[in-house]
Design a protein around this ligand. Structure first.
Ligand code: NAD
Length: 258
């Protein structure tokens, strides 16, 4: 049998309508999973599911704002009433540029509600359905979780919390058969990065793209599918001995930028 198959498994991918989440949803579906995208962007989610359909891949989506606890709980309970949930990828996330002085309380609340509470809401809602069922939770952290990145005060704080939530969940549910790990990418070329460059460097976008690519020793940004392949491994039974661990996937950023 081919390794890394997710046949008969149901996977929820938050933020699956774009970038890394989209690549994870596609990769999981190609390897046999029944995938449900949870995203609050209905237009994009619809488009992505239609595009997959044209490739012969059947995925579903549910419109869901991960920052809203009740909504998340209802949707996840509803999905669980139809299929056992095997995998949750907590990928939805948003960025904010600024140091502590130019981060307002409103900025902090927005980042907190999606990047931290979103992970909390989805993991909490899914755990009761995963107990004793070999569930897998994968949280999308960032290199900003563990190294200093300038002008990303709120984002880094939130991604640090994603890392520590990963360790807490892994520890608390290891006896119930739930594995929880995180992935920490450096820059990956997605709409998230394009939007950031367009907004902050409207007059020299190409130059900025090159500059940001070169901060990673491999000399380029990551591709969403490269993150998706790591997520596939962590979600699969082949990774059954791995829990409570963070996986940097960073083109050498953390260890080689000395
Ligand atoms: P993206 O902007 O391309 O996609 C994010 C998706 O999340 C979108 O579809 C958006 O609609 C959805 N989303 C946002 N807020 C939501 C909410 N409240 N409820 C439901 N859906 C919501 O981003 P991306 O680059 O693919 O990033 C995905 C994840 O990877 C994020 O958590 C991000 O912090 C992390 N990450 C990205 C990079 C990078 O360089 N792209 C690096 C490190 C970590």
């Amino acid at each position: 049998m081919q390794p890394f198959q997710l046949t008969h498994k149901t996977a929820l991918v938050t933020g699956g309508a774009s970038g890394i989440g989209r690549a994870i949803a596609e990769t999981f579906a190609k390897n046999g999973a029944r995938v449900v995208i949870l995203d609050f962007n209905e237009t994009q989610a619809k488009e992505v599911v239609e595009a997959f359909k044209a490739e012969g891949l059947e995925l579903q989506y549910r419109i869901c704002d991960v920052s809203k606890a009740e909504e998340v709980q209802q949707i996840i309970d509803d999905i669980a009433s139809q299929n056992k949930i095997d995998i949750l990828v907590n990928n939805a996330g948003v960025a904010h540029v600024g140091n502590i002085e130019n981060t307002t309380e409103a900025d902090l609340d927005r980042i907190y509600s999606i990047n931290i509470k979103g992970v909390y809401n989805c993991a909490k809602a899914v755990i009761k359905h995963m107990k004793g069922n070999n569930g897998v939770i994968i949280n999308m952290a960032s290199i900003a979780s563990s190294v200093g990145i300038s002008d990303r005060f709120a984002y880094s704080m939130s991604k640090g919390a994603v890392l520590t939530m990963t360790y807490s969940i892994a520890k608390d549910y290891v006896d119930q058969g739930i594995r929880c790990n995180s992935i920490s990418p450096a820059r990956v070329h997605t709409p998230f990065v394009d939007g950031f460059i367009a907004k902050n460097y409207p007059d020299n976008q190409e130059e900025m793209f090159e500059k940001l690519s070169k901060t990673q020793p491999l000399g380029r940004m990551g591709k969403p599918v490269e993150i998706a392949h790591l997520a596939l491994y962590l979600a699969s039974d082949e990774a059954s001995f791995i829990t409570g661990t963070d996986f940097p996937i960073d083109g050498g950023f953390i260890k080689l930028n000395g």
